[in-house]
Ligand binder design. Structure first.
Ligand code: DC
Length: 214
């Protein structure tokens, strides 16, 4: 498992930007696992499925085809890369990701993609549940105000209703849900290198990760 690097952390910790940059520097692939949960949430919304209705959700999970082409993500043939980046889908993805059937459905997909090797895989449980055997595991963090500020910068062009205050509140709710769910919660384990990016630049975080690679 030498060439799988896992990066976990909460919303706005910089995982996405840093994982992409790291992958580019190493010539690795990049797997954004949050996009898979967002894709499921997008389909749940499109089909108007009640995520608490086990039968309907199971049917949706059995039939949905989610795949990447380059850095674009597709759901049943439709490119949803932009549509999944709204605050609404972020919130719904956090809700559906707490449902064990959703995690189970996405587990093998993530393992298969990771086992192709040379991959930076980023999410909430990549070092705990998806690739617990990886040698290089990182946990990225930052203060909640800074994380909300970053998320708000991403959202404000796309979502006219976004405000910084609302983004802080949304992130607080998601942090609590993502860390307290029973099924593979977001968690830092002792074998992960902890990096706080509140006061350091993206390049410095990438440099720190490169220094730590075993
Ligand atoms: O990183 P993101 O904001 O795109 O993730 C969206 C949601 O997906 C997040 O709130 C929780 C869930 N998620 C997860 O449960 N496990 C992962 N490995 C990645 C994301």
């Amino acid at each position: 498992m030498k060439d799988v690097i896992t990066i976990d952390g909460p919303s706005g910790s910089g995982k996405g930007t840093i994982s992409k940059l790291l992958a580019r520097k190493l010539g690795y692939n990049y797997l954004d696992t949050g996009a898979l949960y967002r894709a499921v949430a997008w389909k749940v919304k499109e089909k108007r499925v009640d995520p608490d209705n086990d039968t309907d959700l199971k049917k949706l999970l059995e039939n949905v085809k989610i795949y990447f082409k380059g850095d674009r993500i597709f759901v049943d043939g439709k490119d949803v890369s932009s549509d999944i980046r709204t605050a609404e889908i972020g919130e719904l993805s956090s809700q559906v990701s707490a449902i064990p059937a959703v995690r189970a459905a996405l587990f093998s997909l993530q393992r298969e993609m990771g086992l192709q090797g040379k991959v930076v895989i980023e999410g909430r449980d990549t070092g705990t549940a998806i690739f617990p055997e990886a040698k290089n595991k990182f946990y990225l963090d930052a203060d909640i105000e800074e994380r909300a500020r970053r998320r708000y910068e991403e959202l404000k062009g796309k979502d006219p209703e976004a405000t910084l205050e609302k983004t802080i509140e949304d992130i607080r709710i998601r942090d609590t849900r993502d860390s307290s769910r029973e099924s593979s919660p977001l968690m830092k384990t002792d074998d992960m290198v902890y990096i706080d990016s509140t006061h350091i630049s993206i390049d410095d975080v990438v440099a720190k990760i490169l220094d730590h690679l075993k």
